[in-house]
Write a protein that binds this ligand. Structure first.
Ligand code: NAI
Ligand code: MG
Length: 355
């Protein structure tokens, strides 16, 4: 069973559930509706659920001049209990006035952790999965503060980026990672850094996470430099249980880990803070397959399940994850990224039937 124990918010007070939907760009518009359908199929295991359609993204920017409208942020803050985000198409070149809305949203809602379980589906429900790890990525700082500048030096153009690591952010991501590790069977945490080179910034990250250990004595801790972590990830993925990393390393590691479980199209995540949670597939807007109706909806459907789990609705989440596991195990209806020929809608229908 695909099950990632994750910090749970109290459900008892909630008489209804309001979920913001932000498909944003590219295949986000194809896979977020799929996630909605899966949540709707859960029915009575959730309180009466309402969806609010919200906009953000590069297309929103080209149409309105704003990538993340205030109304979207306000709705999330005031009327939504949680949200699902698709993917944005951020251009590689600087576009004046544009800044990625997902990076901004994580900051505005203080969603300081990006939790990315990477799990292979075993051939039978009784067998353990070959790959079973969780990448916990710090979500608010590192190079993502986007303080870059270009100047003219003696030998031409020079570009610089500021990398921010704080004790506060490193401590709270450490806390989240230890908590997750403690809830898992193996109770093992690997701290990812590069403090042999970046001894000040990564040194602070490493030190701050380590300082949390005393509160979780039953969790074992290891450290790994980020480059050799990628090497070992491919050679012996089974050594990892929970990995905690600064923002950029966490992003790279989780895309790499996705290769071990068949496709980026199956890896979910949640952006989690203390008061809000937003599900988001790990993949981007996939411009190479957009509009072909072959985007794998599993990453988004599993992100919806993770989001529900985070809200405390484990039964609903289990039903979604079991249905996905069954469809993957049967292997009859898979999208091309997993070697199949099915369309997005066929996979969604197969999953919904089994929820
Ligand atoms: P990508 O994740 O969009 O695609 C990488 C490869 O994986 C492509 O071959 C794509 O077809 C495949 N793929 C991704 N999701 C899939 C799915 N659900 N089903 C089947 N195949 C899937 O990464 P790429 O190409 O580097 O970036 C494309 C755009 O996405 C860029 O503009 C980038 O800025 C943006 N992006 C946005 C993210 C976000 O919104 N959080 C995260 C990563 C990238
Ligand atoms: Mg990525």
């Amino acid at each position: 069973m695909f099950r990632a124990p994750i910090r749970s918010m109290a459900t008892s007070a909630r008489k209804s559930l309001t979920i913001g939907l932000i498909p944003a760009d590219g295949i986000g518009k194809e896979v977020i509706p799929a996630a909605r359908t899966a949540i709707e199929a859960v029915g009575s295991d959730l309180p009466p659920t309402r969806f609010v359609d919200l906009i953000a993204g590069f297309e929103t920017f080209t149409r309105t001049g704003v990538a993340l409208p205030d109304e979207t942020v306000e709705s999330l803050q005031k009327e939504c209990d949680s949200a699902l985000f698709g993917s944005v198409s951020s251009p590689s070149k600087k576009v004046v006035g544009y800044s990625s809305p997902i990076v901004a949203l994580r900051k505005k809602l203080d969603l300081y952790a990006n939790v990315r379980p990477v799990l292979s589906v075993s051939p039978s429900p009784d067998q353990p999965s070959a790959v079973d790890m969780v990448v916990v990525r710090e979500n608010t700082e590192c190079l993502y503060i986007k303080q870059e500048q270009q100047t003219l030096g003696e030998h031409g153009k020079e570009a610089r980026a500021t990398r921010l690591i704080t004790e506060r952010a490193s401590t709270r991501i450490g806390q989240m990672a230890f908590e997750l590790a403690q809830a898992r069977a193996r109770k093992h945490l690997t701290i990812i850094h590069k403090s042999n080179v970046l001894s000040v910034t990564d040194g602070l990250f490493r030190e701050s996470v380590r300082a949390v250990h005393e509160k979780y004595p039953d969790v074992t801790v290891a450290e790994q430099l980020v480059d050799s972590a990628v090497y070992r990830l491919f050679r012996e993925p089974q050594i990892y249980d929970v990995m905690v990393a600064p923002n950029l390393y966490g992003d790279i590691l989780s895309d790499a880990a996705a290769a071990l479980v068949g496709s980026l199209g199956v890896v979910p995540s949640v952006n989690a803070g203390d008061n809000f949670v937003m599900g988001e597939p790990v993949h981007g807007s996939a411009p190479d397959i957009v509009g072909q109706e072959i985007a794998n909806p599993i990453a988004s459907i599993r992100s919806a399940a993770l989001m529900l789990r985070h809200l405390g609705y484990n039964k609903g989440a289990d039903r979604i994850d079991s249905a996905v596991d069954a469809v993957v195990r049967e292997g009859q209806l898979l999208t091309p990224d997993l070697g199949g020929k099915a369309k997005t809608s066929e996979v969604v229908n197969a999953i919904v039937k089994r929820i």
